[in-house]
Design a protein. Structure first.
Length: 177
């Protein structure tokens, strides 16, 4: 079977690079400042005999690109047609993060929503109901604290499900030539 490509997308500073390192075993530099990841990074993950290429995209607030970094992310999601997008959100700032999620949903690319930094959200007294979001959005939603490895096993189980899904069943239409 062909390799699968999984994009990690989300706003800046939501933990995409931390999750990338946890999934791939790479040691991409992790920082908490805007524009830290300015190009897409690539790593590999083996699940159920399939090679998954994990792409860590630069942070973006929307698919309407206003900077070179945002253009890289938009073009990869919209024109690169990954097999799936793992959309990483800061669980403590969902309102700001969900705009990008809605735009990615509109592309038709299969998506897993990762509510990262749930430890921070809990410390702030926020209650998160991933099952409600999952039902309303019609996609898998998981909670995670990537810096602690919490939720990583569940994400890998969801990626294994994607790896077992025939590629033809995942393909949507593309607006790119």
């Amino acid at each position: 079977m062909a390799d699968l490509t999984i994009a990690l997308a989300g706003n800046p500073n939501v933990g995409k690079s931390t999750l990338f390192n946890a999934l791939t075993g790479r040691h991409q530099h992790v920082g908490n400042w805007p524009g830290k990841t300015v190009a897409k990074q690539e790593g590999k993950l083996m699940i159920e005999g399939k090679h998954l290429t994990i792409i860590d995209l630069p942070g973006t607030y929307s698919l309407s690109a206003h900077s070179p970094e945002e253009e890289i992310a938009r073009n990869f999601i919209v024109c690169g047609r990954p097999d799936a997008v793992v959309n990483v959100l800061d669980a403590a700032n969902l309102e700001r993060n969900l705009y990008l999620s809605a735009q990615i949903l509109e592309t038709g690319v299969p998506m897993i929503l990762v509510l990262n930094m749930t430890d921070v959200a809990t410390a702030r007294g926020l209650q998160i109901h991933p099952e409600v979001l999952s039902t309303r959005l019609g996609i898998p939603v998981i909670t995670m604290a990537a810096s602690r490895g919490q939720g990583l096993g569940e994400l890998k189980r969801l990626l294994a499900t994607i790896a077992r899904t025939p590629r033809e069943a995942m393909l949507g239409s593309s607006v790119c030539a």
